[in-house]
Every structure is written in structure tokens, then in C-alpha cells.
Design a binder for this molecule. Structure first.
Ligand code: CP
Length: 300
């Protein structure tokens, strides 16, 4: 079996690959590229809920002319005793070329990539990684600042359980950004600190320093009990009207979604001039078109 290229995390992309994917994303935003994936079959299987990632992968595949099959977990024969590896082998035998998978278990997409005769794309595995979300966040920030090198990007909230944060930190480090992680100790252990990555507890002190603030949702589905009260979290880390007054006029605010109003952000953030959530969501489609085209066809 030929081992084909997969995207499990950003480490699967070289610097040149990253640049290429961003260039293609910009092209695909300007003009629809036509049926670059004609004759290619994509299967999307999501073991966790998704609005943005699921829909944008579907739209990306359809816009590139792929054949698309959406398999919900209950459509698979896992309850009959089939392993997920044997499922992947069967899909490969049917000529499926691309498998897009989301799963609550860290490392699940790697298990598929080890046996699947095609390309696996990680659409989010547990707390581990969410590479296409990190790509679209980086693309959004780069468009805003004409690159992120030297920019101070604050990532705020439940870093420890956030696959988005883990992939984004890795990507921003490679791009030369200064990263400030902000949150309470249970969501942000000290050992996240490293070269160009600072750990801060005081959100108010960080607000005037940041070019961009990336808010995170508390990933309640990934732990047993909330390690601090909601009221304490809101007091120290919710972005609200008072905290908005402390950020720079030209700063932007991102959120990967889904966002929880009243927890990490107040409604007024959605009306703030620097709120870039809609752009992020919009970029999700051309980013995923560029990733699909790159994995299937390589750089050209
Ligand atoms: N950002 C993100 O992964 O959103 P969904 O869970 O809706 O796909």
C-alpha cells in the first residue's frame, strides 16, 4: 500500500507547504477554481458535533467537484464488532480517496492514517489538534496584519483542553509571533511557557499589549468537574465592555466557535469593530479547498 499524504497536525506541512496552502486559499477566495477534485471521493465522518468544520469541508469538497459521502457514526458497522481500522481499510478498498474525521479521542486520526489507503484529514481529535482551524485562524490573522511575525497574539481561556489552541500555538510559533497564553492555572499549566510563549494569569494586564485576542470556549465535555466557579471565571477572563475599553484601537478579536455568550465573551464583543469571527468562518471554506487540493495533487 502506498502511504499517502495526510494532515493530522501542522507538523505535517513544511514551511513551503504552508505558504502554498495560503497562496491557494487566496486564489480560491478570488475565483472559483473549477472541478479540481473531479473523480475524487471524500468521506466525512464526525463522531462529535460540528457546525463550522463539517459544513465547510462539505462545501469545499462540493465546490471542487468531488463525490461526497457523509457517514455518521451510527451508519458504520462498529456496533457489529468491526474495528475502526477495518472500517478504514474497507473504505479504501471502495476507492475512497479522502477521509475527513473528527473524534473525541486524541490520536484517532493517526490510527486511521496508519491503515487507510488514502488521505486522512484531522477535523479535530480530542484535546490534541485541529489543524484546519489553526490554518484558517492564521490566515485570518495574516490577512489582518500582512503576516504575524512579531505580532503579539493573546490566546485566552481553557488552553489545556483546546485542540484549536494546541495547533494554533504551534503554527504561530513557526510564523514568528509572540504568543501570550492567558488563563487560570487549571486551564493553563505553567509548563506551556517556552521561547516566544508567555503564560499570564492577569487578562487585564495583557489587554493593552495584544495585537489580537483569540478567545476560547471552556471545553466542559473534556473534564469531569469545573475546577473553578463560573462566576470566578467570568470575573477574571470574560471579555466584556470594561475590558474592551482596555484593548488597542486596532486590535482584533477571534474565536474559533462555537462561542458561549456570557462566559468567555459578553454580547457587546459581537458588535465590536475588531470582531473577526465571521471572517474566520468564511475563510474555512477556501482553506479547506486548498488543503484538499494540496493533499490530493501536491504543490503544482
Ligand atoms: N471551530 C470548530 O471546530 O467549530 P465546529 O465544532 O462547529 O466544527
Amino acid at each position: 500500500m502506498q502511504i499517502r499524504r495526510s494532515l493530522i497536525d501542522l507538523t505535517d506541512l513544511s514551511g513551503d507547504d504552508l505558504r502554498y496552502v495560503f497562496e491557494r486559499t487566496a486564489e480560491f477566495e478570488r475565483t472559483q477554481p473549477g472541478k479540481l477534485l473531479e473523480g475524487i471521493t471524500c468521506v466525512n465522518t464526525f463522531f462529535e458535533e460540528s457546525t463550522r468544520t463539517f459544513t465547510s469541508f462539505n462545501l469545499a469538497e462540493l465546490r471542487l467537484g468531488a463525490d461526497v459521502v457523509n457517514l455518521s457514526p451510527r451508519d458504520l458497522s462498529l456496533a457489529k464488532g468491526e474495528t475502526i481500522e477495518d472500517t478504514a481499510i474497507s473504505l479504501g478498498a471502495m476507492g475512497v480517496d479522502v477521509l475527513v474525521v473528527r473524534h473525541p479521542e486524541d490520536g484517532f486520526p493517526q490510527r486511521l492514517a496508519a491503515v487507510f489507503d488514502g488521505h486522512v484529514i484531522n477535523a479535530g481529535d480530542g484535546s490534541h489538534a485541529h489543524p484546519t482551524q489553526a490554518l484558517l485562524d492564521m490566515y485570518t490573522l495574516s490577512e489582518e496584519f500582512d503576516g504575524v511575525h512579531g505580532r503579539t497574539i493573546a490566546i485566552v481561556g481553557d488552553v489545556a483542553h483546546s485542540r484549536v489552541a494546541h495547533s494554533l500555538i504551534a503554527g504561530l510559533k513557526r510564523a514568528g509571533a509572540e504568543i501570550v497564553l492567558v488563563g487560570p492555572a487549571p486551564f493553563l499549566p505553567e509548563d506551556y511557557a517556552e521561547r516566544n510563549v508567555r503564560v499570564e494569569r492577569n487578562f487585564d494586564a495583557v489587554l493593552p499589549q495584544a495585537d489580537a485576542i483569540v478567545l476560547l470556549r471552556i471545553q466542559r465535555e473534556r473534564f469531569e468537574s469545573m475546577p473553578l466557579t463560573d462566576a470566578d471565571y467570568v470575573r477574571d477572563y470574560r471579555l466584556d465592555a470594561d475590558r474592551l475599553k482596555k484593548i488597542r484601537d486596532d486590535a482584533v478579536i477571534l474565536h474559533p466557535g462555537p462561542y458561549n455568550r456570557g462566559m468567555e465573551l459578553d454580547d457587546c464583543v459581537l458588535d465590536f469593530a475588531g470582531w473577526r469571527y465571521a471572517k474566520q468562518v468564511r475563510h474555512g471554506i477556501p482553506i479547506r479547498m486548498a488543503v484538499l487540493d494540496f493533499l490530493v495533487h501536491g504543490r503544482r
